[in-house]
Design a protein around this ligand. Structure first.
Ligand code: IDP
Ligand code: MG
Length: 383
């Protein structure tokens, strides 16, 4: 059956215009028949983008809270503009809170790959180190259970990663994908599940997932809402910190997990802090300021860095002096140009995951004295 030519979804998008210091609102129409979009400036009642196919934009990019990049602007989808769009999207874009628990943190990359392969989109992601009070609050429904104290002890041992996942039927699908609460039961009854593959026992079971729509909202808010300020996990060390960015193209290609796992497997480095960010063009230009006028690809680098979500990571080099630490991670990342990297240093991250000089998968700190500055930019200034 042919799709109705006029059938379209409608969204309200916002963009912070830093030059005019105001928020601009647009209505975006997505035509289902031919995957074209059209945009209107709401205030001026003017057409902003004539109906066209827009490279790199797909229907699955649109849900409340998502960020789409059009004409180098990062636009946030803030609401559905009509009931047709709302009811279709509420079904297609359910959200849930997943957590990678301390026992599985060393496998966080592989778990993220599995999450992506199972069709979940990652809308938010951050590493936390929970205090006793925070762990107690998160699991407060279990306060009277005999396993509560053990659970709280376990949860505040090491870093954890919280993830906001989006998919149709996300809550139940993620619970099924996690497997039974007890990892040993999981290995018997659901050998492909995450808990079977990465869990330890009944308490240390690799991952968490919200159990209802109500709790999903509560738990997403707990980690990603503005209500609670968590202590930063970043170490901001002048001697050991350097900054690694998994670039937007790599995030879009769903290779974040593979890259992260390579970093986790390398015994020379530890992860201090990690978080998903969407940089505006101004932020990206700020961040890459030192390359302005130095590297001919500067403008294209800024465009790439502001083209969608990226993952910022504080890398802690273990047991080395400052000079050595940043250089050691650079060495692991490899030459700027992946084509050269593939020939000269085939085991480096850029050789394995990069495409070209702009889409080279990873940004890493170049100069030892910039390591902590770059980390502070993400984990202090942008917080
Ligand atoms: P769920 O994580 O599968 O939703 P819940 O019953 O909500 O399971 O329990 C929360 C967490 O408490 C579990 O994931 C597990 O870490 C821990 N836990 C549950 N039951 C036991 C137990 O019998 N012994 C030790 N820890 C437990
Ligand atoms: Mg539960």
């Amino acid at each position: 059956m042919a799709i109705d030519q006029k059938a379209r979804y409608a969204y309200i998008l916002e963009y912070y215009d830093s030059q005019a210091e105001m928020i601009r609102r647009y209505q975006l129409l997505y035509f289902l028949a031919d995957d074209t979009i059209e945009m209107h400036d709401i205030k001026n009642r003017r057409i902003f983008l004539k109906r066209c196919q827009y490279d790199g934009i797909k229907l699955s990019d649109f849900f409340v809270g998502s960020i789409v990049n059009i004409y180098s602007r990062n636009l946030t989808v803030v609401e559905y503009a009509d009931e047709f769009t709302r009811s279709a999207n509420v079904k297609n874009h359910q959200r849930t809170l997943a957590m990678i628990k301390p026992d599985a943190f060393k496998n966080a990359g592989s778990i993220i790959s599995a999450i992506n392969n199972a069709g979940f989109r990652i809308a938010n992601m951050k590493v936390f180190s929970l205090s006793r009070t925070e762990a107690e609050e998160f699991y407060s429904v279990h306060r009277n259970r005999e396993f509560f104290d053990g659970l709280v002890d376990f949860m505040q041992q090491k870093p954890i990663m919280a993830l906001e996942l989006v998919k149709s039927n996300a809550i139940l699908d993620w619970r099924a994908f996690m497997g039974p609460t007890n990892s040993n039961t999981a290995r018997q009854n659901a050998p492909k599940s995450i808990r079977a593959r990465y869990g330890t026992d009944g308490r240390m079971n690799a991952v968490h997932g919200s159990d209802s729509a109500e709790n999903a909202i509560k738990e997403i808010n707990f980690f990603f809402g503005t209500g609670h300020k968590f202590t930063s996990t970043a170490q901001f060390s002048d001697s050991a910190s350097s900054c690694c960015l998994i670039k937007p193209h790599a995030f879009k290609e769903n290779i974040t997990g593979e890259i992260l796992q390579e970093i986790l497997n390398n015994k020379n480095f530890a992860i201090g802090a990690l978080q998903l960010f969407s940089l505006s063009k101004e932020n990206a230009a700020d961040m890459l300021e030192v390359y302005k006028g130095v590297i001919s690809e500067y403008v294209a680098m800024v465009d790439e860095l502001s083209s969608g979500p990226l993952i910022a990571i504080e890398i802690i080099a273990k047991g080395t002096d400052k000079q050595h630490g940043v250089n050691q991670f650079r060495d692991f990342v490899g030459p700027f140009d992946p084509q050269i990297a593939k020939i000269l240093r085939p085991n480096t991250l850029r050789a394995k995951f990069g495409i070209n000089k702009i889409r080279n998968a990873i940004h890493c700190t170049d100069l030892p004295e910039d390591g902590n500055l770059e980390v502070e930019y993400f984990f202090h200034l942008l917080q």
